[in-house]
Design a protein around this ligand. Structure first.
Ligand code: URA
Length: 442
């Protein structure tokens, strides 16, 4: 086989066989296929797409390029979740204890990565003493005993995706549905999940800017799950504004605890309950979505959810005092209010810009060696559709930097106030279940 022939084949819009895809992926990891040929191939995929069989084969080749995590020592169905990425997305912090509270095991392996804030691992490390360096046996034992554990990813999972993603990033081929779908699904499958719940974000703060694109991504990932025998559900959720009110690390932990105590923002609570309900449904603990959702709501109301979070913090070595005294979490020195310059209603928020501003304040990493400031972040005081009066704080920037004018300027120009109350965004989720497919609107 010659790479140039396969590039031409894809350029002509023809489907590649399993062996041809494996040749490309393994050749790229080994180094026998250079970056320039892989770049040309990725661009051909960007323009010509791939059919479902090719996408499943690409996913499998990514999985087979590295190690896979063996979770067979854990009793029960292991359900994982994944979000396609958004601003203020702290849902994993909420669903880990919620799902564990009904006895469905959550074995979460997370990477750190780059982004507006840290990943789930970084956020939890904002809690003094919280240890994510669990060895394999402790990880498995904790899941069996307490139904939950989280650990940083150390195994060499999906190296082909890692190398390809880095190349896509600098060659303009990130936003291709076949490439995103195979990239995400390969990581979940390599991490040992039996079943997967996907949260596909749509809107200004997401990869997918339109509902049609988000639906296509969701359906593609569900099809991969089906082809590779992993029960998969995808929901599509709104990312036209940050989720909840907090973006950062320590402040996202604070907000997650509020949801678990029953005082969370409506959008955040609904997304968390929906994802957790599908996770426990796939985990076999309930027969239908509605009964799962109601039970999880009761778990929050009864105080069991926050108790389970306390147990989670304790078994991972963290300081449990933060549960009753959230002020013990890191706090920044400066709090800068961004005020409304006129009265009216919040009509638009550029969620992606707010995320970038949070990163500039120290909440995220620009390069993988950057150190995160757990105390840095942004509070979204006024959400889409809220009434504001001139002079009201719309955002609060939390930072340890004396000078944060760059972030300040970004936030000041990233929201719009209108005279009329805007129409409520249909707070949706479209739900796709692999077998049978169901579409629902909440
Ligand atoms: N997230 C991933 O893991 N991969 C992509 O390609 C895009 C988002």
């Amino acid at each position: 086989m010659r790479m140039v022939d396969l590039i031409n084949k894809k350029k002509e819009g023809k489907a590649l066989s399993k062996d041809e895809i494996e040749f490309i992926v393994s050749g790229y990891v080994k180094g026998s296929i250079p970056d320039y040929q892989m770049s040309a191939f990725l661009m051909a995929v960007y323009f010509k797409g791939m059919d479902r069989e090719e996408i499943s084969n690409l996913t499998l080749s990514y999985v087979n390029s590295g190690n896979t995590v063996d979770l067979s020592g854990i009793k029960g169905i292991k359900v994982d979740k994944h979000s396609s990425g958004g601003v203020g997305d702290k849902i994993s912090l909420i669903v880990i204890p919620l799902v564990a509270a009904v006895g469905v095991p959550v074995a979460k392996m997370s990477g750190r990565g780059l982004g507006h804030t840290g990943g789930t691992i970084d956020k939890l490390e904002a809690i003094e003493g919280f240890n994510t360096n669990l060895d394999y046996d402790t990880f498995i034992n904790n899941v069996n005993k307490y139904k939950m554990a989280i650990a940083g990813q150390t195994a060499n999972l999906t190296p082909a995706d890692k190398k390809t993603y880095a190349l896509r990033d600098v060659t303009g081929s990130v936003d291709s549905i076949p490439l995103i779908a195979s990239s995400i699904m390969s990581k979940k499958i390599a991490a040992g999940a039996d079943a997967i719940v996907l949260d596909v974000k749509v809107g200004s703060g997401a990869f997918m800017k339109s509902l049609d694109m988000a639906k296509e991504l969701a359906e593609t990932m569900v099809a991969i799950g089906k082809a590779l025998n992993k029960k998969t559900i995808a929901i599509i959720t709104n990312m036209n504004e940050p989720l909840g009110h907090e973006i950062g690390n320590a402040n996202e932990v604070r907000e997650a605890m509020e949801v678990l105590k029953g005082n969370g923002a409506k959008d955040e609570t609904t997304v968390a309950l929906t994802i957790a309900a599908y996770m426990v449904l796939l985990g076999g603990a309930f027969k239908n979505f509605d009964s799962a959702y109601e039970k999880l709501k009761d778990i929050i109301k009864s105080g069991k959810a926050i108790e389970k979070f306390k147990e989670f913090v304790k078994i991972q070595g963290g300081n449990t005092e933060i549960i009753d005294k959230p002020d013990k979490l890191p706090n920044s020195k400066y709090h800068v209010e961004i005020k409304a310059k006129e009265s009216g209603y919040i009509e638009a928020i550029k969620a992606d810009n707010i995320g970038v501003a949070a990163m500039l304040l120290g909440a995220g990493r620009r390069t993988k060696d950057d150190k995160i400031d757990f105390a840095a972040g942004i509070t979204v005081v006024k959400k889409y559709g809220d009434r504001v009066n001139k002079g009201d704080a719309v955002f609060i920037l939390h930072t340890n930097m004396r000078n944060c004018t760059e972030a300040q300027n970004i936030v000041e120009t990233s929201f719009k106030i209108g005279k009329e109350k805007p129409e409520a965004i249909k707070y949706l989720s479209l739900i796709h279940i692999s077998e049978p497919t169901r579409l629902a609107l909440i």
